[in-house]
Ligand binder design. Structure first.
Ligand code: T4K
Length: 391
């Protein structure tokens, strides 16, 4: 009798969620707090162009991210476009195919040819061992991505860059607050870009920033993000409009106040994912590297179809029936887009690891409003998809 009741309860547990469970949901501060700050913006009648909220956020982020310079932007993509310009990159830049489209597109927007290099099978970041073979006389830089917030092999990459006189720009879109042995991740390379899109741990609805140590870069970056305007009489370079406005900055200031608590909730939820899936054959979660303070931006599953008895795509399709919307970040590979697949380095033969990884990864829902019970239920549902060999 007791076991029948339990099994009925379990069946209910395995029913579809009443409301859709998305991959991400934005961290929303108390609206009253946001409104209070917006009232100040209204009173000041200063809505954009380096206003007081913008300045306050820039300073707050310099200390939060442990980096000497932060320049705010209207989104991460424009920030990355400006980063390439600020370092005068040209010709060819070595990058990863396993990323969001923005990474390779910013090179194209700068008339730079992306050269795709294969990735590490565990971290899924650019494989430092394979970078040198892609360097040619036309190479001016390396654009690695700290995918899912896992830091790249920053030491090795810098050593290669120094040896060949190359610049390094990190796409750190996912790496807000990540530290490597106590150093803010934005201190590595020449410049790093962070995205403050609504789906990121820290956000300004849309937004982004460049992080860097060299104070000489600041003036050029600030000109480039503001049409190249020096003053009312002088325009010194062909800049773009990359400015963050005061409303975005207010959202950022309020999100920042809630971030530590939200990150701790995310950390606990990742712990539950790990505990629930530890013994499930055929699925693994992205490991946390030693010495790294993570930000728990994503919960990244790898599905081995042979051992799990079901492919990543089948898992995603099955989850949809339960109202759970996972994402195949980052399928397809950038090197497989029609605009890039003609490039010789985009050939699948050059990117065997990326070609394999891109079939296996599935990002699971992760955000502060998800409950431990939700995560346990998502894991329980996932386990039902497993097909034992021979079954
Ligand atoms: N480099 C890398 C490595 C990146 O991953 C990104 C952006 C960039 C550069 C460029 O940075 P930004 O220019 O964006 O600052 C989302 C984000 O839009 C994008 O910022 C992010 N990477 C990427 C990984 O994820 P989509 O196309 O998956 O977004 P979307 O609209 O499908 O949203 C995903 C889910 O989030 C929805 O199913 C529901 C939920 N959601 C979304 C929004 C926008 C909400 O609950 N509320 C919302 O307001 O790209």
């Amino acid at each position: 009798m007791e076991s029948t009741v339990m099994s009925m309860a379990y069946k209910t547990y395995l029913k579809p969620f009443d409301e859709p469970i998305y991959i991400a949901r934005p961290l929303l501060p108390d609206l009253a707090d946001v409104t209070r700050q917006l009232q100040e913006v209204w009173n000041s009648q200063w809505l954009t162009n380096n206003g007081p909220k913008h300045q306050a956020l820039e300073q707050a982020l310099q200390s939060t991210l442990l980096v000497p310079h932060v320049s705010l932007f209207n989104n991460g993509t424009i920030a990355l476009v400006v980063a390439c310009r600020s370092l005068r990159l040209s010709g060819e830049v070595i990058t990863t195919p396993f990323t969001f489209p923005a990474t390779s597109h910013v090179l194209t927007w700068n008339n730079i040819k992306p050269i795709f290099c294969d990735i590490d099978p565990v971290t899924m970041n650019l494989d430092a061992d394979k970078i040198e073979s892609q360097i040619t006389p036309g190479t001016t830089g390396i654009l690695p991505v700290h995918v899912y917030g896992t830091p790249c092999d920053v030491g090795r990459i810098q050593e290669i860059a120094d040896r060949y006189g190359l610049k390094v720009i990190y796409d750190a879109a996912h790496a807000f607050g990540v530290e490597v042995n106590g150093t803010g991740v934005g201190n590595f390379g020449d410049v790093s870009m962070m995205s403050f899109h609504a789906t990121k741990t820290f956000h300004t609805a849309e937004g982004g920033a460049l992080l860097y140590r060299d104070s000489h870069l600041r003036e050029r970056i600030e000109f480039l993000k503001n049409f190249g305007i020096k003053n009312e009489e002088e325009v010194v370079m062909p800049g773009i409009n990359g400015k963050m406005n005061e409303i975005q900055a207010v959202i950022g200031l309020e999100v920042l106040k809630c971030l530590a608590k939200d990150t701790s909730v995310r950390q606990d939820l990742v712990g539950i994912y790990r505990a629930c899936l530890a013994d499930v054959e055929g699925v693994t979660l992205l490991p946390e590297p030693p010495g790294v303070k993570g930000n728990y931006q994503y919960s990244v599953l790898r599905v081995n179809p042979r051992d799990f008895g079901c492919s990543r795509d089948e898992v995603q399709a099955q989850f949809r029936k339960y109202n759970v919307f996972t994402r195949k970040y980052f399928y397809p590979l950038c090197s497989d887009y029609p605009c890039y697949r003609h490039i010789p380095s985009a050939s699948p033969a050059n990117l065997p690891v990326a070609q394999q990884v891109v079939k296996e990864v599935l990002c699971l829902p992760l955000y502060g409003k998800l409950t431990p019970d939700d995560v346990e239920r998502i894991c329980a549902i996932l386990k039902t998809f497993r097909r034992k060999r021979g079954a």
